[in-house]
Structures are given as structure tokens and as C-alpha cells.
Write a new protein. Sequence first.
Length: 377
Amino acid sequence: MQLCRSNRILARLVFLLPGFIAVALLAASSAAASADSQSASTSARPAGTKSPRLRVVAVAPRAGTVPGDATITVRFSAPLSPSGQPLMPKLMPALGGTWSEPTATSLRFTPTGAYLPGTVVHLTVPAGIKGADGAVLKPAVTRTYRIGEPSPARLPQLLADLRYLPVHFVSSRDPRAGDRGAQLRALYSPPSGRFVFGHGWPARLRSLWAAENALLLQGAIMSFEAQHGLAMDGAASLRVWKALIQARVGWRLNRSGYSYALASEASPESLTVYHNGVEVLRTSANTGVAGAPTAQGTFPVYERLRSQVMTGTNLDGSHYADYVQWVAYFNGGDAVHYMPRSEYGSPQSLGCIELPYAAAERAWGYLTYGTLVTVTA
């Protein structure tokens, strides 16, 4: 049989290097098969077929009310591009923090600060985020959040820090004054610590803190509201929280100090006033007569007047119009004030706590808005 020159050369190569030629032929055969497969696959895809789209399958937390320091996680339907994203989700208003990729299919925002209570926050996951397979997110995905109430545990901490309570908050983790981000985060994740009573306060006030500290908080909030030009109702509204944060960051402390008044109906009747843990006044006083007793309990001062004409009806039905001075209302129509009497120390009023002039003037300076007045038997 005659072989052409090229065939003779091939035969000689097969004879001389059979192993090499076998491998080369196998590799060439495999490459050809792969090319045929890709060609068949390409020809099998109908014209105009779109690439798969990337989808957002979950956002946590869901839309609604969330804490101001919430971590946000966005989960996708497929792995994201490992080469990084040209676009990242955005929060409006902006908040300090970082976006990371904890898993191949998710992005997570970890805040370094926090939002104020009541803030409306918009999250946008933009169109254009890419998947590892080339898929693209379309269209953009949005969520809306409203920042909820802070932790109630943070309220007494802030009021104590700002000197609106007779206790001190002791904690190695309490954020420093100028760190706004840390102060905001503490609204939702309060630091651990303890409250310590200052020296010189009466046992009655200590027992109030232990059993009914809501009264102390109400009075403290009223005092804070009065000093910061807010409507005075003793409630921790969103406006109060915002003002507390501003005061704490700016280290604006209570200008009036902390006062407490204790009226005793034990004979002889008296009023004792404490300020910053020091007894500053002890004086004889008159409380209500049997037909119009002074209510016992603890109440915050809600109105202060240098003087006024008090009008009303006596127990015998006659009317009165008395000029009084140094007036501090604490419970309905009951007030601490000056009333001229021949003597003090026994029930003579129609519910008020009457004092001599000099004592009333001195007491009025300490009975600021929110000061608690306790009346005991």
C-alpha cells in the first residue's frame, strides 16, 4: 500500500511516539467535543432570551417600628459578585456605619450611631447590584422604618446624670458627654450600672425612690421641661427625649439643683425643705382644717406665683378674697404660700400649707417646678 508523504510522517510519529500522539489526539478530541457542546447550547437558546434577574428575597428588620440602633440585613436570591458592588444600599437620613457582606447572598449594615426617636428612615436597595452569574437587581427595593421609643431604663439614667434626681447613676459604661453617637445608642441599649443616693436626704424620699420612683421621675421631667421651654406635663414625650440627648451631649446640668419639701401634720405642724441633700428650712406651718383637709401624699409643684388674690368659699358659705404671696401650687388648689396669721403650727387653712412671710419667701426659692411636696400625718 502506498502512503503519501504526510501519512508516512504521521505513521512514523505514531510508531516512534505512540504515547505522545495518543495524549495529543485525546486532548484535541475533548476540546472539539466541548466546542461542539457550547455551540449546541448557544444555538439552543432562543433569540431574545434575558439573563436571570437578581432579586431581594428578605430585608430584616421588616418595615415598621424599629429601634434606633437596629442592624439591617438584605438577603438576595443568588450569590453576589465577588469583585465588589458598584452600588450599595442607602439610608435616608444618613447614619454612620458600615455595609458588609457576611454571606455570599447578603449585605448587612452595622451602625456606629443611632437615630433619634420618631425619625422616619428610608432604606433603598438600588437597581444595578450584581450577582456572581452576571444577573442584575431590577428594579430598586425600598423599605420605610419609624424609630420607636427608647428603653425606659435609660430615662432615670439620663435624669440622674443631669442632676434632676436625688440619686447618682454609677456605671463604667455610661457614655461620655460629648459622644453623640454613643449617647444615641445608649437610648436603645442602656449601660448597666446602679443608682446611689446622695447624703443628707430624709428617709421618706429614699422610700419614695424605692417604692414609687415614677413620682420622682414625673417631677424630674417637669423640672427639665420648665428649664428647657417645653410644655410641662411630666411625660417622657419624643420632644423630651430629644432635649435630654441634647442636654446630655452638651453637659447642660440642672440649674436649680434638687429640692424636696416634707410637710408634717403632727402637732406642731411643720414644713421642712431640703436642697441638694441639705436641710435648708424648717418652719412652723398651718394645714387644712377638718372640713377642708390638706390631701396626704406626694405631689409635684406645677405652678408658681409671686403673689395673687385667692378667692373661694369658706366652710360657713361666706366668700373670701385673700392676698397671698410666694405661692407654689402642688395639688389642685392646694399651695404652699404666705398667709398672715397670729400663730402657726396648727390646722387653719382650707387645704393650703400656710407659712410665715420670711419662711414662705425662702421656701419659694427652692420650690421650683417639679419639686416634690410630701404631706404626712
